[in-house]
Every structure is written in structure tokens, then in C-alpha cells.
Ligand binder design. Structure first.
Ligand SMILES: O=c1ccn([C@@H]2O[C@H](COP(=O)(O)OP(=O)(O)O[C@H]3O[C@H](CO)[C@@H](O)[C@H](O)[C@H]3O)[C@@H](O)[C@H]2O)c(=O)[nH]1
Ligand SMILES: [Mn+2]
Length: 719
């Protein structure tokens, strides 16, 4: 039975068929009546011989046959009597966010969207929604073209069981040869045709020009005329799908959304975009499961949605999988991780460790959520928990729902159905285009005013790292999360290349994490007042304190040069017995670290690169994040989400100028000032120390102290 409390990996849902059962019985009674009549006639004929049938043996034979037919009918009735529903997979709404056509080329977004449309999952149960915070006619144009291309691409992927369904990645990974058993003539032909279609698509997207698209102003682009990305009404376009069943050609629905923006309203960056996606999809398809990916995170494993269902439906108790998060992995990653942003060791060591506590953090992308979890519903057995807000208990009234979800009647009705826990509800909307007005209503800037959106409902506002904050709220409600670790990896994305982009990303993360610490959502408070487990709370703190590490590390890094310059020491001297302790610590700590990299099958070079980046990040990105949040707290500045630049097929080849893409580059950003200053200072101090050691070898105490300090400075790996 489908029940809210117990969902299994497999389900038997009985179907009601009363009318059919009555018909079964009617036929059966008629058959029996026929037999009775015949038997009676035969008996009568045997007795009186009066109204004897024309042919007795014929009647006898007929009786035997009809008796047999009755038996067959009975067997059939038995077989059909208690059927169950088959093919019970819940619907999934898939969200893709993009924010800037320059930093996030539309071709990248298109690749991601196509990989989602071609997932191995019933097409009628998938719908893909793209949020475009850039309000870009180019992005819209690219998606419109992709929607056409999908009609060829999806059937091709299904027919030939294509393994990677992001076309750019697929076609750049070589020719059709050696693609499994299907590599026959037909495959060769289809492959060549498809490649040429894809190249046409890519060049149409590449050559599209914003001005002429808008100037031509053909119907589709009318709404983009004069639209400023920071100030424009909502644009929603149904690119595919006149209903839950898509267009009936086996390709899921696709909807483009550029939410309303106005300078008078804070748009809350990605969190705001996700909340609009949540509401728009609620009034269109209202799937009980939602997947979200960044625009550069394509589905690398076409079965990922099926795998996710194993986690979402497979536990005896759904509390174990409020959401299923796939590890962030990167495609075309640079060799030996020069910018320390592939996070493999962090994922395998810390991530898998946390998966053993209350569960993996929500990472902002590559995650399947239950919609009701996003709506703030606590896990079943805690429904009566005293710590839950009253309005979450039982079934909330219309008024309560209105306070939480806002004024849209349609949204409230859809939320009610979701909160009841029904995973297999029937499709609400027949024709997506017929509900655009409702969808626009719920995506307006003012819709969230005086509702729970951004607080207890949806993606939580108030941190640049909205993912960690939102996941933490879910854990604090008592849910656990599951790790979706598939082989091949579920999703692959791009890691930023280059020093500046990488440090900007680290700075944003650190800023957001510190914002969490300084807010009412601080994990310690959540642990005390809600259901965030203590060890999970400590796990959140491991990353939340990133920016707080900066002042301490900076201070420690300054001690070395200071001691060298001032000819003092902050470590035991070589001659002292305590000297062995820092040396042993230094060696053990680094060996421990190196061993972790070895165990994750990474090179010593990768270990060194990561170690180096850690020191750079700490004295640059984390330090600046620390200062940014201090300024924000003092009300002197605002924090801003700086989008990471994405490149198509990144990491594959060196830059145009032939430079090594792993080489560390700088720009004029203030983020580089502290580490550069520190490096210069250390170099000077080392020179002074060395000079003193050589020139002043006579005065007894100095050399030991300088050497120990110098050793420690380079030991801490600062570069
Ligand atoms: O105003 C905005 C800003 C960003 N985004 C989207 O947010 C996503 C993530 O942005 P990106 O610049 O790629 O950030 P990353 O640092 O790579 O993202 C990681 O960290 C973010 C939190 O800092 C999470 O939101 C992401 O999901 C997670 O992958 C992208 O799809 C953007 O298009 C928006 O939709 N609106
Ligand atoms: Mn990203």
C-alpha cells in the first residue's frame, strides 16, 4: 500500500475494479445458467423423451465444451481479480539555474538540459525547468533550439543506450567505433546523422546574436524587448509539453523561466531562483520529487533518477532520505588539481564520514529532494514532536497554508497534496501553457512578502552558501540524508580553472558559511532548539569555521617572519628537549595527509597542490570573507553572489596562448594582497635570518632560534 509512513523500494498498490468484478460475475452466472439449462434439458429428454432435442449427443458434447469454457473463464477471473498498479515511479521536477550568458555560455546550459531530458525514466514523469536570472534572449533561444533537437536526441539515446547523454561531452569523446555491441551499420549511420544535427545546433547557438534576435522580435522574443536583467516582469515559456505526458513523443516537458526582478526587491540570488522554480513547478506539474543541478552539472549516469528512487523509496522509513545528494565531481578536471577545488579527499574522507552521521550535506547541485521536505514538513514520526512549529502538525488549515505559501489558491492546493505525503498523485495540469498566468503570479517579486518562503519553506535566505544552510534546516527538522554514490558518477560539472576564479569561489563559500554562524541559524542553536544531532552540528561547524581559521593562520604565519626579524623565537630550540615535539607533529601531520591522498588514489603532487592552495586560500579568500562578513555585520556593506565562470569542455586543452591551464595566474583583485605580502615578508625575513646566522655566527643563542623558526615557516607550507 502507498502510505505516507512506509515507502518501499517496490510497492504493491491494489487497483479498484468493482465494475469489472461485477461483469466477471455476470458472465460467470450466465455461463452457469447456460450449463444448468442444458443439463435440465438433457435430463428431461432422457426421462420423458417428449420435447427431445434434435441431437442428444450434440447437446451432450456442447455441455462438456461449455463446462470447459466455464472453467477457463473461472481461471481468467481468478487471474484478473486483484491487480496492482505497475510502473509506479514518482514524478520528478528537474531544476537548472543559470544567471549570466557570458559567464555561463548557453551551450553549457543546453548540454545539461539535454542530459536531463534523456534520462532513463518515464518521460511523462519528468519535467525540466530552467531559471534564467540573466533574462537572456540568447539563453532562451538556445533552449528553444535544444527543445527541437531533443526530439532527435532523446530517441537516439534510448535506441542506442548512449552512456553519456550530454551531447557535447558525448561527441567530444571520440567516434562511433567501439561503442558496445550496437555498433552496427545502423548505429554508424544514426551516429553520423546525429553528430551533424548537433553541430548545426551548436553553430546556431554560437552564432546567435542577441541584438538581432530581439530586433527581429518574432513572437517568442517580444517579452525580451527592452527587458533589463535587473528590472523586468516575469517571462515564462513552455518550450515542450502540453501536459504531464509531454508532447506525447517520449521527451519530457521543458519550461523556461526568467523571474521578475525589480530594484526595489532583494532577489536572493540562487536561493531566490530555486524558490521561484519550486513554486512555478508546483502549479504546473507538482512532482513529489525535485532534482536540482547547476547549469554546468550534466547527468553523467542516465540511470541516476532510478538510483535516486532506490534511496528515496527504498528505506523502510523515509526519515532516512529527506534528500539524496550525489558527490560533486568534475569533468575534464585538471591534472593533479592545481587549484585545490576538486575536493576529492574532502568528499571521501569527511563526506563519507558525515554520511555516517545524520547524512551528507546538501551541496547545491546534484541533489534529489522530496518536495515536502523543502516545504518544511518534518519526518513522519516526529509529527507530534513538541519542538515542531504547531502549524506543521496534522493537516494545516487553508489559512495556515496561506500564511506559509502565500496567496495563490493553486499553489496552496498543490502544497496541500504534497504535504499529505502522496508520492503518486495524478498529474494536476493538462496543458502547461494554460497555467502560465498562475505561474507568473507565483514568480513575482512581491509574492513572498509575509510568507514563510526563504525561512521555513523553500531555500533559506541569508547566506551566500544557501545550499549548506538549506540542508542544515532539513537536518534540523529531523530528516537524514542519503549519499547517491553511483558508478559511473551521477553528475559531472566544471571546477573553476585559474587562481582568481577559484579564490572567488572559496571567498563566496566562506562568506556564506560565516553568515550562517552569525545568524539565528547557527548550527549550535539549531542543535539546542531543534533536532540537529550533536555530531552533525559539529560536522557543520568543520566547514562553517573556514573563514574563522583565517585570522589564526595569518597570525601564526606572521610569527615566523617576526621572530626571524626580531631575533626571537616562538618554538623550542634545537638544543632543548621539547624540540622533538613540533618536529614529530610536523612529520606525522603531513604523512597523515599524504596517506589520505594515497588512499584516494591521488598523486603526491595533488597532495602538494592542495596543501599549497589551502595556505593561499586561508590567507586570501577566507581572510577576505572574514572581513566581508564583519563589514556586513556592522552594516557597512552587503554580500553578493559572484557567479563562477564556466567553460565548455574545460581542462581538455591548454589556453589559446598555449599556456599551461594549471599555472597559477593572478589578477588585480585585493584577494591576492595578503598572501603576496606574506610571501614577500617571509622571503625578507628568511634572508635576514640567514644573514644573521652566517654573519653573526659568533653570538651564541641566535642560530638555533632562527633555524627552528625558519624550518617551521616552510614546514607550514606557505607559498
Ligand atoms: O543570482 C544567481 C546566482 C547564481 N545562480 C546559479 O547558481 C548556480 C551556482 O553558481 P556557481 O557560480 O556555479 O557557483 P559554485 O560555487 O560553482 O556553486 C556551488 O556553491 C553554491 C553556493 O555557494 C551552490 O549554490 C552551488 O549549487 C554549488 O555548486 C549556477 O547555476 C548559477 O547560475 C543563480 O541562479 N542566480
Ligand atoms: Mn559551479
Amino acid at each position: 500500500m502507498a502510505s505516507a509512513t512506509k515507502l518501499l523500494l517496490q510497492e504493491r498498490v491494489p487497483l479498484a475494479r468493482t465494475a469489472w468484478k461485477l461483469a466477471d460475475l455476470a458472465v460467470l452466472s450466465l455461463l452457469l445458467a447456460l450449463l444448468a439449462r442444458r443439463a435440465a434439458t438433457l435430463l428431461a429428454a432422457g426421462g420423458a423423451g417428449s420435447a427431445a432435442p434434435a441431437c442428444t449427443w450434440c447437446w451432450l458434447a456442447a455441455l462438456v465444451c461449455e463446462a470447459w469454457f466455464t472453467v477457463v473463464w473461472l481461471l481468467n477471473v481468478n487471474g484478473k481479480w486483484s491487480p496492482v498498479r505497475i510502473d509506479e515511479l514518482p514524478a520528478v521536477d528537474m531544476f537548472v539555474t543559470t544567471a549570466d550568458p557570458k559567464l555561463e555560455p548557453p551551450a553549457v546550459t543546453v548540454d545539461t538540459v539535454l542530459s536531463l531530458l534523456a534520462l532513463d525514466y518515464p518521460a511523462g514523469k519528468l519535467a525540466c525547468y530552467v531559471s534564467d536570472d540573466g533574462c537572456s534572449p540568447l539563453t532562451f533561444f538556445a533552449l528553444r533550439e535544444a527543445a527541437e533537437f531533443a526530439k532527435l536526441w532523446v530517441p537516439f539515446c534510448m535506441k542506442h543506450r548512449v552512456s553519456v547523454r550530454a551531447p557535447f561531452v558525448y561527441f567530444s569523446s571520440g567516434g562511433p567505433a567501439g561503442r558496445g555491441s550496437a555498433a552496427g551499420d545502423e548505429f554508424q549511420r544514426d551516429w553520423t546523422a546525429m553528430k551533424s544535427e548537433y553541430e548545426k545546433l551548436a553553430s546556431r547557438i554560437e552564432n546567435a546574436d542577441e541584438e538581432s534576435l530581439v530586433r527581429r522580435g518574432d513572437g517568442d522574443f517580444a517579452e525580451f524587448v527592452g527587458a533589463d536583467r535587473r528590472d523586468h516582469p516575469t517571462i515564462i515559456k513552455v518550450l515542450r509539453g502540453t501536459g504531464r505526458e509531454g508532447d506525447g513523443d517520449g521527451v519530457p516537458s521543458l519550461v523556461y523561466i526568467s523571474r521578475e526582478k525589480s530594484p526595489r526587491h532583494h532577489h536572493h540570488f540562487k536561493a531566490g531562483a530555486m524558490n521561484v522554480l519550486t513554486r512555478v513547478s508546483a502549479v504546473l506539474t507538482n512532482a513529489p520529487v525535485m532534482l536540482n543541478v547547476d547549469c554546468d552539472m550534466f547527468a553523467n549516469n542516465p540511470q541516476v533518477a532510478l538510483h535516486a528512487m532506490c534511496l528515496l523509496l527504498g528505506f523502510d522509513d523515509e526519515v532516512h532520505s529527506g534528500f539524496a545528494q550525489a558527490p560533486q565531481k568534475f569533468h575534464g578536471a585538471l591534472k593533479d588539481d592545481p587549484f585545490g577545488n576538486q575536493m576529492e579527499v574532502i568528499y571521501q574522507k569527511l563526506g563519507f564520514g558525515i554520511a555516517g552521521l545524520q547524512g551528507m550535506f546538501y551541496g547545491g547541485t546534484s541533489c534529489f529532494h522530496r518536495r515536502k521536505v523543502i516545504y518544511g514538513v518534518p519526518p513522519p514520526e516526529s509529527a507530534t514532536d513538541v519542538q515542531q512549529p504547531t502549524r506543521m502538525r496534522g493537516s494545516p488549515s487553508y489559512k495556515e497554508l496561506q500564511k506559509m505559501f502565500g496567496g495563490s489558491k493553486e499553489l496552496i492546493e498543490s502544497a496541500r497534496s504534497i504535504m499529505s505525503g502522496e508520492m503518486f498523485a495524478a498529474a494536476p495540469a493538462a496543458d502547461l501553457s494554460s497555467r502560465i498566468d498562475v505561474a507568473k503570479e507565483v514568480s513575482s517579486c512581491s509574492y513572498e512578502a509575509a510568507t514563510s518562503w526563504g525561512q521555513e519553506v523553500g531555500w533559506v535566505y541569508g547566506s551566500m552558501t544557501e545550499d549548506i544552510l538549506t540542508g542544515q534546516r532539513i537536518h534540523a527538522a529531523g530528516w537524514r540524508s542519503a549519499l547517491l554514490n553511483t558508478d559511473p558518477p551521477a553528475f559531472l560539472g566544471g571546477a573553476p580553472t585559474g587562481g582568481p576564479a577559484s579564490l572567488t569561489q572559496y571567498k563566496r563559500w566562506a562568506t556564506g558559511l560565516l553568515e550562517i554562524i552569525f545568524s539565528r541559524n547557527n548550527p549550535i542553536l539549531q542543535c539546542i532548539s531543534r533536532r540537529l544531532e550533536l555530531r552533525q552540528c559539529l560536522a557543520y561547524l568543520v566547514i562553517d569555521v573556514w573563514p574563522l581559521r583565517a585570522p589564526f593562520e595569518l597570525c601564526y604565519a606572521l610569527l615566523g617572519p617576526y621572530c626571524l626579524l626580531a631575533n626571537r623565537s616562538f618554538l623550542p630550540k634545537v638544543s632543548e628537549p621539547g624540540f622533538i615535539i613540533p618536529v614529530a607533529l610536523f612529520l606525522t601531520y603531513n604523512l597523515y595527509n599524504l596517506a589520505e591522498y594515497m588512499e584516494c588514489r591521488l598523486s603526491a603532487r595533488a597532495w602538494w597542490n592542495n596543501h599549497r592552495m589551502q595556505r593561499i586560500v586561508s590567507s586570501s579568500a577566507w581572510l577576505l570573507a572574514f572581513l566581508t562578513v564583519v563589514l556586513k555585520t556592522l552594516g557597512l556593506s552587503e554580500t553578493v553572489f559572484e557567479v563562477t565562470r564556466k567553460e565548455q569542455g574545460q581542462g581538455a586543452a591548454p589556453d589559446d596562448d598555449g599556456a599551461d591551464p594549471g599555472r597559477f595566474t593572478f589578477d588585480s583583485s585585493p584577494v591576492f594582497v595578503p598572501p603576496t605580502a606574506l610571501t614577500i615578508l617571509t622571503a625578507v625575513a628568511l634572508a635576514v635570518g640567514a644573514w644573521r646566522a652566517v654573519a653573526g655566527a659568533a653570538p651564541a643563542p641566535a642560530p638555533g632560534s632562527s633555524r627552528a623558526a625558519a624550518g617551521w615557516c616552510s614546514a607550514s607550507g606557505r607559498s
